[in-house]
Design a protein around this ligand. Structure first.
Ligand code: FCB
Length: 453
């Protein structure tokens, strides 16, 4: 990639800059003001599931520090703040009784955004399913899809007029595949049958919610956020190339195709169709809703080889051996911005899609303060190169409308607990003191340049 510093002038004039977070990763106050438990409370409190047995009980204490956190966002000169609602703070049982104290928290947060002229980009579901719904099977239960639509309606009614946009799911791939197949995220199951049902019922929940919210708030822009993979075969061999195609059909196609084409990829149906709920075909029309935008979260490419294990299920792919010379972040993810650009271009070649926001991009580097300063030059370089990739995609005609850095601040990084830091702002987990890193100042300067142009 071109290493020269990116300038806002390389991006469209009305390009939007933002920072992103998610409820369970930052809020804390897990047991406060009537919040009900979520699958992430249960999972993180199960010994051995999260590094150091960390949990989100306190996290960044954002529930109490929301006001100074909004000031911090403002200091970064961004236009927008992407956050998620905690379903179980609003509906402690997932359905039924509304917890007004939970509503009040988001009232304060949204009013605080608007007072600071920050556009609120809200997500309904960033993985923290109410435990009460998990007791009935969670995303493997069809009723969870309708519970989700009811929850969406409550959010739209109470907050819709103050939102700049609403997305249904954040990365449904993670909450189905990592949660129900690989067992490394909540609810921690390892069952392909469950994972396929979870994929389908999340899609259905999305489709039901979009329809309900659209009817209530026709002017509120609606979308979904996907973590698409930029897939490459590990070698040039025919087997690996075929494996890469299958890998893509499973990990991208099983999400993009139903949402944007109203069908599942034929290879996916052939291999796994029996595991979809009966009469799944009847749900496709409901799932395939017109959207105003979609969000892309991107961090690293996927390099895959053919999985020769005869018991391996579709897509029979496996991670390619790591190239020891390849640059990685502190979480071990390959750094390669051109794969990001390739993905944006490829996905618009293959699908008819509405405009896109980059709803997450960023890097894990665990730099700590030295004399009060965090000189995270590697994050600056990563962000520079990836925003350059966005600029290149825009120049190639891809309608990318904005970029949200992941994350506003260091936070609870799921199964990695507090060991992996992605923030533009450093958080001291003992004192909860926030310190803007070099990357935060850098991003603020880029966003500032934009608002002045
Ligand atoms: C994404 C998640 C986000 C964060 C980043 C690093 O998959 O959406 O919450 O954990 O990865």
């Amino acid at each position: 990639m071109n290493n020269s510093p990116i300038s806002s002038s390389s991006l469209p004039e009305d390009f939007l800059y933002g920072v992103a977070t998610a409820a369970y990763q930052i809020e804390g106050a897990a047991d406060v003001d009537g919040r009900g438990p979520s699958v992430w409370d249960d999972f993180s409190h199960t010994p051995g599931k999260v590094v150091n047995n960390d949990n989100g009980d306190v996290a960044c204490d954002h529930y109490n520090r929301w006001e100074s956190d909004l000031d911090l966002i403002k200091q970064l000169n961004v236009d927008a703040y992407r956050f998620s609602f905690s379903w179980s703070r609003i509906l402690p049982q997932g359905v039924g009784r509304i917890n007004e104290k939970g509503i009040e928290f988001y009232d304060r947060l949204l009013d605080g955004c608007l007072a600071r002229e920050l556009k609120p980009f809200a997500t309904l579901f960033h993985w923290d399913l109410p435990s009460a719904l998990q007791q009935h099977g969670g995303w493997t239960d069809r009723n969870t899809a309708s519970a989700f639509a009811d929850y969406a309606e409550i959010i739209a009614t109470r907050f819709g007029d103050r939102l700049a946009s609403l997305t249904t799911f954040n990365e449904p791939w993670c909450s189905s595949i990592l949660g129900y197949l690989e067992g490394i995220h909540a609810p921690g199951h390892k069952d392909l049958d469950q994972a396929i049902k979870a994929i389908h019922y999340q899609h259905l929940g999305h489709g039901l919610a979009i329809e309900r919210v659209k009817a209530l708030k026709p002017n509120l822009p609606l979308g979904i956020v996907l973590n698409l993979q930029s897939v490459y075969p590990g070698t040039e061999s025919e087997q690996d190339q075929q494996a890469a195609i299958r890998h893509e059909e499973f990990n991208n196609g099983a999400f993009l195709d139903p949402l944007f084409k109203g069908e599942y990829p034929s290879a996916f149906v052939k291999a796994l169709g029996e595991k979809l709920p009966t009469q799944w075909q009847n749900d496709l029309k409901q799932i395939h809703q017109p959207l105003d935008f979609w969000g892309l979260n991107y961090y690293t490419p996927a390099r895959v080889i053919n999985n020769t294990n005869t018991n391996a299920a579709f897509p029979q792919s496996a991670a390619a051996p790591k190239d020891p010379n390849c640059a990685v972040t502190d979480i071990g993810w390959e750094i390669n911005a051109s794969t990001f650009q390739d993905l944006m271009i490829k996905v618009y070649e293959r699908y008819t899609l509405p405009p896109c926001y980059i709803t997450e991009n960023g890097a894990c580097f665990n730099d700590e303060p030295i004399n009060g300063e965090i000189n995270d030059d590697r994050r600056v370089q990563y962000l520079n190169d990836h925003i350059q990739a966005v600029a290149n995609a825009c120049n190639a005609g891809i309608p990318v409308k904005g970029y949200f850095a992941w994350s506003l601040m260091d936070n609870f990084e799921w199964a990695e607990g507090y060991t992996m830091r992605f923030g533009l702002v450093h958080v001291d987990y003992q004192t909860h003191i926030r310190t803007i890193k070099k990357s935060g100042h850098w991003f603020a300067a880029l966003a500032q340049e934009n608002s002045q142009s």
